[in-house]
Design a protein around this ligand. Structure first.
Ligand code: KIV
Ligand code: ZN
Length: 505
C-alpha cells in the first residue's frame, strides 16, 4: 500500500490558535510525544517570528531523531537563513517556505504582480536549496488562486528545487469535490510534478478540513498537514487523529497506510489538550470523552453481544485506557516514574521530584489516582516550572452573608520577592483575582472561565481553564487542585505569567 506522509503542524499552526501559546519546555514535551506517535514530520515553529520559536525549533531539532523536523519561513532570504540556523542539527531537516499566490492576497495585501511573486518564490526556494535538499513550498491561499497561475508557480518552484509542494486551503473555503479536482488538475498540468510530493493543508472554517484532505488524498496527494485535536488558526486545521483513523479504518476504500502508531493517539491528544489549555469537546471524533460511550440500550446490547455492531474502531486501537485506576497513597516514586514513562512523559529529575511531591499531596486527599490525575499533575508542574510568579498561599472567606474576601501571597520573579494582597469581590474567585491583580499589576480582562472535574467522584481534581485578554491578544491559563478556588488562582497566575513572558519576548 502507498503511504501518506503525516506532517504535524501542532507546534506551528496549532500554536497559532488564539490563546494557545506554549513555552519551549511544553513544545519539547509535545515533540517527544509526536515522535512516539510516529509522525513523519514535526513542523516545530517559525524561527524568524520570535526568539522563543527559534529556540524551540533548535532544541527540538537537536533531540528528535525519528521524525523529520521542519522550520517555517516566509520567502525572505534573512528568514530562510534563520530557519536553517534553527533546524540544521535535525536528523532530517526541512525548510518550508510560504508565499501568497491568490490575486486577493497579491492585490490587497502584498501589492505585487504575479510575475514578481513567481520570481520571489523561485528565488526563495533556490536560497533554501543551498542549505538542504528537503524544501517544501506553499503557495498560500492556493484554493483561491487562479489554477493556471498556480500551475505556473508550482512548476517554477519544483524547477528551483522544491521537493514537496503544499496546497493550502488557507481560509477553509474549499469544498471536497472542488479541492480534489484542484489536486487532479495539478497532477495533470504541472509538467514536473512527478519530482515533488503533493501535500495539502486544510483549515476548518466550514468544518470541511478533514473531508477536503481525504478527498485530496484520494485524488493523489501524498502528504497531509494536520494538528492533534484539530487545533489551529481560527477554526483550526485538519485533525490528525481523524485523518489517520479514516485512512486506517477505511483502508478498503483508500488502499493507503500511514506510519502512525495509533495506540499513541489518545495520550498525545490528552497531552496537547492539557498543555495548550484547549479542551476536547466530548463528541469529538476519535478522542472525545463520548467517542466510545454507548448510551442507548439497543446500542449497549449490540456492543455487549458483538462490538462491531455499533463500534467501528476498537478503543484500544487509539490507546483509550480500559481501566485507568493505577496508583494510590502507598505507591512509591519508582511506580510513579514508571507510570509516567508508560504515559509517555520523560521528566528531568527536578521535574520528577516536583511532580512526585504533588502526587503524594494529592494521594493524601484522593484515594484513587488515575492516569488523568497524573496527566493533570504533570501538566500543572510543567506549566509552573518556569513561571515568573508562583502562588504560595491563598485564603478566602465567603458564604451567603457578607462580602467574599481573599488574601494571597505570591513569590515573585527569581523566587526572591514575597508579595501579598487582599481584596473584596463579588464572589470568591473575583476576590482572589482582585487580590492577585494588586500584586502583579498587569492590566487585562477575563474573557473565559470554565471549571471541570478531571475524574468522577467528590474528591476529584478540579481543573480550571481561563482566558484573559490584554492588548488584543488572548492568553490561556490552567490550574488543577482538589480545591477549585486554588485551581482558579493557579489558572490566573498561569495566564498572567504567559502574558508577561510574551511581552518580554
Ligand atoms: O494556512 C496556511 O496557508 C499556512 C501556510 C503557512 C502553509 O499555514
Ligand atoms: Zn495554516
Amino acid at each position: 500500500m502507498d503511504k501518506v506522509i503525516i506532517f504535524d503542524t501542532t507546534l506551528r499552526d496549532g500554536e497559532q490558535a488564539a490563546g494557545g501559546t506554549l513555552n519551549v519546555q511544553e513544545k519539547l514535551e509535545i515533540a517527544r510525544a509526536l515522535e512516539k506517535l510516529g509522525v513523519d514530520f514535526i513542523e516545530a515553529g517559525f524561527p524568524a517570528s520570535s526568539p522563543g520559536d527559534f529556540e524551540a525549533v533548535s532544541l527540538i531539532s537537536k533531540e528528535i531523531k525519528n521524525s523529520g523536523v521542519c522550520a517555517l519561513t516566509h520567502a525572505n532570504f534573512n528568514a530562510i537563513d534563520r530557519a536553517w540556523e534553527a533546524v540544521k542539527e535535525a536528523a532530517h531537516p526541512r525548510i518550508h517556505i510560504f508565499l501568497s499566490a491568490s490575486d486577493i492576497h497579491l492585490v490587497h495585501q502584498l501589492k505585487k504582480t504575479r510575475d514578481e511573486i513567481l520570481k520571489m518564490a523561485c528565488d526563495a526556494v533556490a536560497r533554501g536549496k543551498q542549505y538542504t535538499g528537503d524544501i517544501e513550498f506553499s503557495p498560500m491561499d492556493a484554493s483561491r488562486t487562479e489554477p493556471q497561475y498556480l500551475y505556473q508557480i508550482l512548476e517554477g518552484v519544483i524547477e528551483a528545487g522544491a521537493t514537496t509542494v503544499n496546497i493550502p486551503d488557507t481560509v477553509g473555503y474549499a469544498i471536497p469535490g472542488e479541492f480534489g479536482g484542484l489536486i487532479e488538475g495539478i497532477r495533470q498540468n504541472v509538467k514536473n510534478i512527478s519530482k515533488a510530493v503533493i501535500s495539502v493543508h486544510c483549515h476548518n472554517d466550514l468544518g470541511l478540513a478533514v473531508a477536503n484532505s481525504l478527498e485530496a488524498v484520494r485524488r493523489g496527494a501524498r502528504q497531509v498537514e494536520c494538528t492533534v485535536n484539530g487545533i489551529g488558526e481560527r477554526a483550526g486545521n485538519a485533525s490528525l487523529e481523524e485523518i489517520v483513523m479514516a485512512v486506517k479504518t477505511r483502508s478498503d476504500f483508500f488502499n493507503l497506510t500511514t506510519g502512525i502508531d495509533t495506540t499513541q493517539i489518545y495520550r498525545t491528544s490528552r497531552m496537547v489538550s492539557d498543555l495548550t489549555g484547549f479542551m476536547v469537546q466530548p463528541n469529538k471524533a476519535i478522542v472525545g470523552a463520548n467517542a466510545f460511550s454507548h448510551e442507548s440500550g439497543i446500542h449497549q446490547d449490540g456492543v455487549i453481544k458483538m462490538p462491531i455492531t455499533y463500534e467501528i474502531i476498537d478503543p484500544k486501537t487509539v490507546g483509550v485506557p480500559s481501566s485507568s485506576l493505577v496508583l494510590g497513597k502507598l505507591s512509591g516514586r519508582h511506580a510513579f516514574k514508571q507510570r509516567l514513562a508508560e504515559l509517555g512523559y520523560t521528566l528531568s529529575e527536578e521535574n520528577l521530584n516536583r511532580a512526585f511531591t504533588a502526587f503524594k499531596e494529592l494521594a493524601d486527599k484522593k484515594k484513587h489516582i488515575t492516569d488523568r490525575d497524573i496527566e493533570s499533575l504533570v501538566a500543572e508542574e510543567q506549566r509552573t516550572v518556569s513561571q515568573a510568579y508562583h502562588l504560595d498561599r491563598v485564603q478566602v472567606t465567603c458564604g451567603d452573608q457578607g462580602l467574599p474576601m481573599a488574601g494571597v501571597r505570591l513569590i515573585g520573579p527569581g523566587g526572591k520577592t514575597v508579595i501579598e494582597g487582599a481584596a473584596l469581590g463579588t464572589g470568591p474567585v473575583d476576590a482572589v483575582y482582585k487580590a492577585i491583580n494588586l500584586c502583579v499589576k498587569v492590566p487585562n480582562s477575563l474573557t473565559e472561565f470554565s471549571v471541570k472535574s478531571v475524574t468522577e467522584g467528590i474528591d476529584a481534581l478540579g481543573e480550571v481553564l481561563i482566558r484573559i485578554e490584554s492588548g488584543g491578544v488572548s492568553y490561556t491559563g490552567r490550574g488543577a487542585d482538589t480545591d477549585i478556588i486554588v485551581s482558579s488562582a493557579k489558572a490566573y497566575i498561569n495566564a498572567l505569567n504567559r502574558l508577561i513572558t510574551a511581552r518580554e519576548k
